[in-house]
Design a protein around this ligand. Structure first.
Ligand code: 4AD
Ligand code: MG
Length: 494
């Protein structure tokens, strides 16, 4: 039997037994009958024959379905339009067309889900990333976003594999917390109190004792403090979860909800921490190059097309070349003090080209400074260590100089900071003093402090921003395009 059936129990064949398109494209079962399913990308052709490009997300490649006029009248293919979901049964044949090895000569096509051709917003043409953000519910169906999704999966898997293979345990740190790990106060409140008439104390302030948890709580900005508790028993742990920051910065690198990977290692110092971070980053990049080459090739071409109109000196390094470059070179390691020296004497600083001039030791580095160091001066990833204690978090280990802490930030070309980490202050008295100095309420971190009284050891860790790494690996220039459903100021659709 041949021809098109519409919505007629499409699941007569066990979908589970079907090969996906990735498998079929690699198959050499020529002239055997196969079935597969997916979404129509395009349909083109003539009176005699129609060619349907079908994609199911298993690979960036489409399989070509050939429907000849003998079996399929034009009328019978009218619902086989861009965006429709179809189930195809036919013969797998060696393809004569360029760029494909096999195709399916259709015997039967079932339309599982129609897509109103007038309304379907994804036309077979290039759409802008801005437009695609507005239709994030459909953008997975584009080559770009399916490639990004497959790579995000691969990066996630590689991270778990790296830690598992190296003796780390995954710790699930809480999402709701009563402490501010980074001490930056950029938190989203979690409450069940009535915003219109919250219970009040005698002095008019809100009585948080009556709130759900009996105290003020927020969405976590980091799982680090809890990871440290784990490391001080299990030696090597990591967290991998969503983190939330209410910083009102509408940049191409900031999200209000992002995913962070936070390893924590006991009996370790800042050097062990840097070695771990560099080794892990290279492992992930290598994993993606081995497992997602077709997606990377597509994204590389995308980036080349995108940057065609830019002058040569503003273009990025070709994507795959850039990834190889990171694998083949060790990261430059310099201190904050050395970085300030380089920046003070740099051309853009002397010519007043930086928006924030570097005029003294102690300033926080802006992204223009980080990018100068990475892209112009060293031309490779840079790890900056030993920052002034005033610009870093309370938990960092204080260096003997009394001015700096054993912090380390890793900066990548085109991205800036991908990793922020440090050795932790393991001395109870020093940590307590710092907690008081920066004005953290002791009762919100008593449990953290207490670990320094019971078998404290030198330990270190870092936080890797998954989306920042994804930007680097995919060459996508906006963080909103490497997470499926971005949360940014004034935007929480989908
Ligand atoms: O440097 P951060 O703030 O470090 C911490 O949170 C530490 N508790 C980590 C640790 O030592 N365990 O954040 C770590 C990384 C940054 O380097 C960056 O990659 C990413 O998290 N990040 C963001 N990514 C997207 N949007 C934001 N708003 C981000 N803020 C930080
Ligand atoms: Mg940081």
């Amino acid at each position: 039997m041949s021809g098109v059936l519409v919505n007629e129990d499409p699941f007569t064949q066990s979908i589970k037994e079907m090969k996906d398109i990735k498998q079929l494209l690699q198959s050499t079962d020529y002239d055997k009958q196969v079935s597969t399913k997916g979404w129509v990308r395009t349909k083109r052709g003539s009176k005699n024959v129609s060619f349907i490009a079908l994609n199911d997300g298993s690979t960036i490649k489409n399989i070509q379905v050939v429907a000849d006029a003998e079996n399929f009248s034009e009328e019978s293919l009218k619902d086989v339009t861009t965006g429709a979901a179809i189930l195809v049964t036919g013969k797998l044949v060696q393809s004569t067309g360029a760029g494909q090895t096999v195709e399916i000569v259709a015997e039967q096509i079932e339309v599982i889900g129609k897509a109103d051709a007038e309304k379907y917003p994804l036309q077979p043409k290039k759409h802008s990333l801005e437009f695609l953000r507005e239709i994030a519910h459909l953008r997975f169906r584009t080559n770009t976003f399916s490639a990004v999704a497959r790579i995000r999966h691969a990066v996630t898997f590689a991270i778990h594999k790296y830690f598992n293979d190296n003796g780390f345990y995954n710790i699930h740190s809480p999402i709701i917390t009563g402490s501010d790990a980074e001490g930056a106060g950029e938190m989203f409140r979690v409450t069940t109190l009535d915003p219109k008439k919250p219970p009040l104390n005698e002095d008019g302030s809100v009585n948080w004792k009556e709130d759900f948890f009996g105290k003020e709580t927020n969405l976590t900005v980091s799982g680090q403090l809890e990871a440290e508790l784990g490391a001080l028993a299990l030696s090597k742990v990591y967290t991998f979860g969503p983190t939330f920051r209410a910083e009102n910065s509408n940049t191409s690198r900031h999200l209000a909800e992002f995913w962070m990977i936070e390893p924590e290692i006991a009996f370790a110092d800042i050097n062990d921490d840097m070695d771990l971070a560099e080794d892990m980053l290279k492992y992930i990049v290598n994993y993606v190059m081995e497992h997602n080459l077709e997606d990377l090739e597509f994204l590389s071409q995308r980036q080349l097309d995108e940057e065609k109109s830019k002058p040569q000196h503003l273009r990025s390094m070709e994507l795959i070349e850039k990834l190889k470059f990171v694998l083949d070179n060790s990261f430059e390691r310099i201190t904050y003090t050395e970085a300030i020296d380089i920046l003070m004497n740099s051309k853009p600083n002397k010519n007043k080209k930086f928006a924030y001039l570097v005029d003294k030791w102690g300033i926080d580095l802006q992204s223009e400074h980080e990018r100068y160091l990475v892209e112009k001066h060293f031309k490779k990833p840079v790890i900056i260590t030993d920052y002034p204690k005033e610009i870093k978090a309370f938990y960092m280990k204080q260096n003997p100089d009394g001015k700096t802490v054993a912090a380390m930030d890793i900066l990548f070309p085109g991205i800036g900071e991908v990793v922020g980490g440090s050795q932790r202050e393991e001395d109870y008295e020093k940590l307590l003093t710092r907690v008081k100095e920066v004005g953290i309420e002791e009762e919100t971190v008593w449990w953290y402090l207490e670990t320094r009284q019971f078998g404290t050891v030198p330990h270190a860790g870092f936080g890797l921003g998954l989306e920042r790494l994804m930007m680097f690996v995919t060459g996508m220039s906006n963080v909103r395009d490497v997470i499926p459903f971005p949360r940014t100021p004034k935007s929480a659709e989908f």
